[in-house]
Design a protein around this ligand. Sequence first.
Ligand SMILES: Nc1ncnc2c1ncn2[C@@H]1O[C@H](COP(=O)(O)O)[C@@H](OP(=O)(O)O)[C@H]1O
Ligand SMILES: [Mg+2]
Length: 273
Amino acid sequence: MHAELPLNALKQLVREAGAATLPFWQQAIDVERKADDSPVTAADLAANRVLIDGLAQLTPDIPVVSEESCSIPLATRQGWSRWWLVDPLDGTKEFISGSSEFTVNIALIEAGRVVFGVVGVPAQNLLYIGGAGQGAWQEDADGVLHALQVRSQHTPLQVVASKRHSSAEQEALLASLEHSVGAFERISVGSSLKFCQLAAGQADLYPRLAPTSQWDTAAAQAVLEGAGGCVLRLDGNVLEYPAADSYLNPHFIALPAQAPWRATLLKAAARLA
Ligand SMILES: Nc1ncnc2c1ncn2[C@@H]1O[C@H](COP(=O)(O)O)[C@@H](OP(=O)(O)O)[C@H]1O
Ligand SMILES: [Mg+2]
């Protein structure tokens, strides 16, 4: 997997960033509001510091954009051929509520595509790693790797969706799925763990017709792609990571690449694009 990357050190760094969040977890914690009204805590900032310092040390030639350090001029970012895209604590609202569904995310972007990602789940002492064409693994608390593979047939379909964010379009897509493919079960999960559950063959579809930013999706997209999944915009193209004014993603669906109902779902999604 990306032979030139210091893989073990990167995994250790994500574990250390996760460990930096845990002293604040399930404790009374001050919550600040950012300019976009989203919450940020001392845990987000502690993990951010570990990752920014660690990446600068491990891969000094690769620039970093983090949710908590993202005010880098577009003209500068447009000159980068590869860069790290970091969400030090995805699922901040879950973290604040005391839920274990929060993650630490680092993704390597090359020429606008995610090529490698590590997702840490600090409260479960787990890591997910992977990249398109390279495979995907879960590393357990003892450092043992377990290969991940999506499933493509499961009845009923299990749909993972945000605990907190949906939209009328998302509900319309799910209604059309039920009509054309069949009944499904819906499971609410916070953070980028939703992609990891697909990668691990524990769920079948993650529709996100509600806002996310690039750092929310990139690392776990790499894991899912390595496990045989894909993340597609509603027009059927792969979700990409262009340098742009805004870090907002378009709406997307994440699914096993070989899902038998893929074409049916994409037809319904195209009507909502
Ligand atoms: N209006 C909005 N604009 C951009 N991103 C949003 C958003 N509402 C929610 N999100 C993103 O959704 C993520 C949470 O996803 P989920 O609901 O699946 O757990 C948040 O990540 P953070 O917790 O890192 O801020 C946040 O970035
Ligand atoms: Mg996030």
